[in-house]
Design a protein around this ligand. Structure first.
Ligand code: HEM
Length: 454
């Protein structure tokens, strides 16, 4: 710690008004990791006037395991939750709706689909890269566009412009995760984001309603066609390896084809809300992770060499592990935030035991936890062979990411395809345009004479 500045001294000397802005500035800059290190060593729970920061692995994991005490209440107004039976599952804590819908959706996103998803991502990535011919603004043309293909072809949110899907994901994510009391926005900025979110919500709702109707019609029509063919004819066709495309398959169609008993309580309205959730979760998160890891590799030439080598291996595991370790250094955000529903004493029996008062916002510093020696040996070292169970990039506990396993193949495959390009370089760093997400990042590479893509 000694070779870094003394953040806590500066913090203690600051006036009440200055304290949280200082903390926020350190977290949003290159000072983040040294600041977190000092917190873990000297003040693992920092109570600021705005919110409480929690820096150590055991405390972060413990608090994420108690959803009724450290709640997602701050998501509620952003995800239309007014009672136990409405809004999106993510804004519900360990209740009937969350338990039911999360498990139904986990079943729909059958993990056996992952090889198909990887192939889809690979093809979409290759198409964009080939078209780009050696030069690309990668955030808009690639990092956001490849997940759009997944959203359209695998999730089944088709028949709509990619730009709309991107916008819907963007403003939902912006408002839910980056327009919170501790984000230090002016009232005008905050209102602008809320208005943008509200503006697109109606369009997204109308689109989902029409999508569900259209898909239902297709299902009816194709099942009618199937019924018209007699059973022996269908057997004969399948023995000949021929299939009439009677059963389209994407997640929305899959949900609509599944018959739920009334008591399961998964009507079309809930199905539609969950379809929208897939889209919202998929695009901006993937885009940010992909752009940041590409930049991280390009900034570290030794690592880039290793990654390029692993990118060409038949077995993808080594490459994927490099990506997941890189994300520990450049996660899509440094924390998961919660609101305390009751007074609760954390870190009991330790010197940093602290009472968190009801109503307090806690920022659980997941990135700091991923540098805690409690679970990460030599945490500042880049080591792709770490225990995956300690990784917080997809959250932890009952709110762990629904798209985790999809993200775990999509993101590395997107990065792999870019790294396979010879003489890859960037023209300056990612431009965030003062917002939370990557907005612009220019890459170039040499186009091989006879295109020999992997
Ligand atoms: C296919 C793409 C994705 C989908 C469909 C998706 C969907 C979701 C959903 C529905 C949740 C809420 C789960 C719950 O509350 O029970 C969630 C949580 C989360 N997701 Fe994803 N996600 C995707 C990709 C990603 C990516 C790429 C990342 C980061 C690299 C990510 C990070 C997270 C995190 C950290 C949480 C936990 C939030 C919390 O605990 O408050 N997601 N995701």
């Amino acid at each position: 710690m000694s070779n870094h500045k003394d953040y806590l001294k500066e913090y203690d000397m600051a006036t009440e008004d200055e304290k949280y802005p200082l903390v926020s500035r350190w977290i949003n800059s290159v000072e983040r990791l040294p600041f977190f290190e000092q917190l873990r060593n000297e003040r693992p729970v920092l109570v600021t006037p705005e919110c409480t920061l929690v820096a150590r692995f055991p405390d972060v994991r413990d608090m994420l395991s108690m959803p009724k005490i450290f709640t997602v209440d701050l998501y509620k107004p952003k995800m239309s939750v007014t009672g136990p039976d409405d809004g999106y599952l993510m804004a519900h804590d360990d209740d009937a709706l969350h338990y039911r819908e999360k498990s139904l959706m986990q079943g729909m996103l059958n993990r056996n689909d992952l090889p198909r998803i990887r192939k889809l991502v690979e093809e979409s990535a290759k198409n964009i890269i080939n078209e780009a011919a050696g030069r690309i603004e990668v955030v808009n043309a690639y990092c956001r566009m490849v997940p759009v293909t997944l959203v359209q072809d695998y999730f089944g949110l088709d028949g709509v412009a990619p730009e709309d899907l991107i916008e819907w994901s963007y403003w939902n994510q912006y408002d839910a995760f980056n327009n919170q009391p501790f984000d230090m926005l002016t009232e005008k900025q905050s209102q602008y984001i809320t208005d943008k979110h509200n503006g697109i919500s109606d369009k997204l709702g109308a689109y989902i309603a029409s999508l569900v109707i259209r898909k239902l019609v297709i299902i009816k029509a194709t099942s009618g066609l199937r019924a018209m063919l007699s059973y022996p004819k269908r057997i004969l066709l399948s023995l000949l390896g021929m299939s009439i495309k009677t059963k389209p398959d994407d997640i929305v169609t899959r949900m609509l084809r599944t018959a739920f008993a009334k008591e399961v309580d998964f009507p079309l309205t809930r199905l539609g809300i969950n379809a929208g959730g897939l889209l919202i979760g998929a695009i901006e998160t993937t885009s940010q992770a992909t752009a940041q890891v590409i930049e991280y590799f390009l900034k570290n030439p030794e690592l880039l060499k290793k990654a390029k080598q692993a990118a060409s291996f038949e077995d993808r595991a080594d490459f994927d592990a490099l990506v997941w370790e890189a994300l520990r250094f450049v996660p899509i955000r440094p924390d998961i935030f919660r609101k305390a529903s009751a007074d609760y004493t954390i870190a009991k029996g330790t010197p940093h035991e602290t009472v968190v008062r009801k109503g307090t916002i806690v920022r659980l510093l997941t990135q700091s936890a991923m540098f805690d020696e409690y679970a990460f040996e030599n945490p500042n070292e880049f080591n792709p062979n770490r225990n995956w169970y300690h990784n917080f990039n997809f959250g932890f506990g009952s709110h762990q990411c629904l798209g985790k396993y999809i993200g775990m193949v999509m993101i590395p495959e997107m990065i792999r395809q870019i790294l396979l390009q010879p003489e890859l370089e960037d023209k300056g760093p990612i431009n965030y345009k003062k917002g939370p997400f990557p907005e612009e990042y220019h890459l170039k590479w040499r186009v091989p004479e006879a295109s020999g893509n992997h």
